[in-house]
Ligand binder design. Sequence first.
Ligand code: RAT
Ligand code: ZN
Length: 416
Amino acid sequence: MNNERVSAQDLQTVLGEVLACTPITDIHTHIYPAEFKELSLWGIDELLTYHYLVAEFFRFSDMAYDDFYSLPKGRQAELVWATLFVDNSPVSEAARGVLTILEKLGLDVANRDLQSYRAYFAAMDRRDYIGKVLEISGVNEIVMTNDPFDRTEREYWEKQGNSDTRFKAVLRLDPLLNDYANSWRQLVEWGYAVEATMNEQSIGEIRRFLRDWIGKLDALYLAASLPPEFAYPEDSLRGKCIRECILPVCKELGRPFALMVGAKPAVNAKLRVAGWGAGRANATAVENLCRENPDNKFLVTMLSRENQHELCVLARKFRNMLLFGCWWFLNNPVIIEDMTRMRMEMLGFSFVPQHSDARVIDQLIYKWCHSKAIMHKVLFDKYSDLLASGWHLTRDEITRDVENWLGKTFWRFIGR
Ligand code: RAT
Ligand code: ZN
């Protein structure tokens, strides 16, 4: 217990201490436990070939896209390093992130020696390294993105599953919702009697598929990335699948459905995963979903900056909606700060301020370090305003707020 009042002079320090020791639940990532071998990415070459950086590399290079992608990963990493770190200063958020990681690991950022960084990772044991990253980043629970339509990943779930309790699963359903014209055949291959038109029998079978995989993964929630034009209700197979399959199963099993709206696939297909874009979405779809389905819960994030204010307004209307994270192209300090201030001013602590979207485990270090610095600033300003009014705060109260913000609010929403 620490019920002593925190003075305006001590606020900065207390906040730094509380943020440093509050465990984080990272509610949306693309990282895997060590036992998912080739899916569990780490180390400097993976960091340098992160798709955020590959997209930036092509801002400066004339190389043909396919030529780049046909190179071995180590060579790709060298090209990115030379282009974004040596020939130019690494000021972009993703490039700066690599430096933060190296620095927090205790490596010499000043020597700019890629080989010495490689040697550091080569001497590390992957399992020990995961522990180290979690310790440095302050993350203690990692929520994955798990796609049963991905052959490699599927095999791991079929053959062994996940025994690392720090990693939690999420059932990701993009192929089912956005590409049913192709994905239904895979369901048939796996023994579900569905057909292309999604008839009555298919609906029952898709529900069975969802229940099976929620069980197999012990999924915390179901999720889908949706394009800017996503509408609900919608006269489409996607609309039907949400209404007839996803919502009833989510309700029955008490799982939220995460809507990640505004991602535009293949804006430049040659860039592969780096070729996605962003577009302004229609928040009315979320409004309709939340209003029509009060017994369902929705985690919501949108990719366009222009959607953020109306999303805050919506979250004030619907307690079955939890706003989360500064997604992908929004995960830059200028936007994170703006969004975090606005959300706090409109929602208090009742939102999940950030997720990392890390694909390489090391990225937890920079994503959380950079975001926590912004949270520190925002909290300082907001609490200072309270102190200036004559209100008082204790360290316990600050700890309570930050614990809710960085984890407990999510777990309460999930119901676990
Ligand atoms: O941020 C990213 O890495 C994106 O490529 C996507 O993974 C996005 O976050 C998603 O989950 O679809
Ligand atoms: Zn993601």
